[in-house]
Design a protein around this ligand. Structure first.
Ligand code: AMP
Length: 310
């Protein structure tokens, strides 16, 4: 896939996950929101991570990232702490996991500092992490005119809604799933939830609805529906949302003045990449994907969509 000189910075969790799904249970999977995002986006773009890991972080996992040319120079290792950990159980609900524990580890006291290249990013993504951390970066990047995306989850909506709203006021594209959109807006209708969220200022609000597809709402009242690629057997849904956002932002970062159709195609690329992630545990399947695989599923999804003509 074409890469130009665009530079895409992401902050978000870098984690070891334990997951229980209908396909089985696995522990210590390399994951976290910024990891799924950057692996997906690295198919299109030059990605750089801001984050932190603990003493338990494996060198081989750094290698996975650097082998894909993902810039890891601003991932800080804190010797006195542990890497972020999350355990989720999808047995009752295959799309919204029951969180068994979240342990912030070294992210608890993390304050992001961007390096010179990251400060010049044309695009930045605030992947799921504490809104306090997201807000620090949003303030810096807004002044630099970067196109900023944001994702979050129910945990942060319940714990830090006011800070999260402050972040939403500073970003351009909001990614959120249907349950979270309804929770934050206190509204059971997703059209109304999107309207509520757009009133805080983003240009676009993308609401993901798992296997049913995703919707993109714009602040001029347009709505676009993007279907999913049908998967025969979902192994582990973890990271689907982050991979979707990575495909979307990675694709978009190559386009200097994106128009409506470009955003729609970005959704289809996001949907294509996310379909690979959920076919394996953790990042195992996402890491195997090549340009041709992504393009094939892109075309299949696109054939189900009526794209707006330019
Ligand atoms: P998703 O794309 O929503 O399935 O994201 C899954 C990833 O989010 C997992 O790899 C987790 O490590 C990470 N995660 C889970 N809970 C949190 C949280 N509260 N903050 C940041 N990341 C989280």
């Amino acid at each position: 896939m074409k890469k130009n000189k665009s530079y895409l910075t992401v902050v978000g969790s870098i984690a070891y996950d334990d997951v229980i799904t209908l396909a089985g249970a696995k522990d210590n999977l390399f994951g976290g929101s910024s990891i799924y995002f950057s692996i997906a986006a690295s198919n299109f773009s030059n990605v750089s991570i801001v984050g932190t890991v603990g003493n338990d972080f494996k060198e081989s996992d750094f290698k996975i990232l650097s082998n894909r040319n993902i810039d890891i120079s601003n991932i800080k290792r804190i010797k006195s702490g542990n890497t972020f950990r999350w355990k989720g159980d999808y047995k009752e609900n295959s799309e919204d996991p029951n969180t068994i524990f979240t342990s912030l580890g070294v992210f608890k006291d993390f304050s992001p500092i961007l390096n010179d290249l990251q400060l010049k990013s044309s695009h930045a993504f605030l992947a799921n992490i504490s809104p306090d951390i997201q807000l620090e970066l949003a303030k810096i990047l807004k002044n630099k005119n970067a196109l900023i995306g944001l994702d979050t989850m129910n945990h942060w909506i319940l714990e830090k809604k006011n800070t999260l709203i402050e972040v939403i006021k500073k970003i351009n594209i909001l990614f959120i799933n249907k349950t979270e959109a309804c929770l934050i807006s206190n509204n059971s209708d997703i059209d109304n939830a999107a309207k509520y969220l757009l009133e805080y200022g983003p240009d676009l609000c993308i609401i993901k609805d798992g296997k049913n597809g995703s919707y993109m709402y714009s602040n001029n009242e347009e709505k676009f529906f993007c279907p999913t690629y049908n998967i025969e057997r979902v192994v582990d849904p973890t990271g689907a949302g982050d991979s979707f956002a990575g495909g979307f932002f990675g694709y978009l970062s190559n386009i200097s003045k994106p128009e409506r159709e470009d955003f729609q195609e970005a959704m289809i690329y996001g949907s294509s990449i996310a379909s690979f992630t959920i076919e394996g545990f953790g990042t195992e399947n996402l890491l195997k994907v090549n340009d041709e695989n992504i393009k094939n599923r892109f075309e299949k999804i696109k054939s189900k969509v009526n794209l707006e003509k330019k």
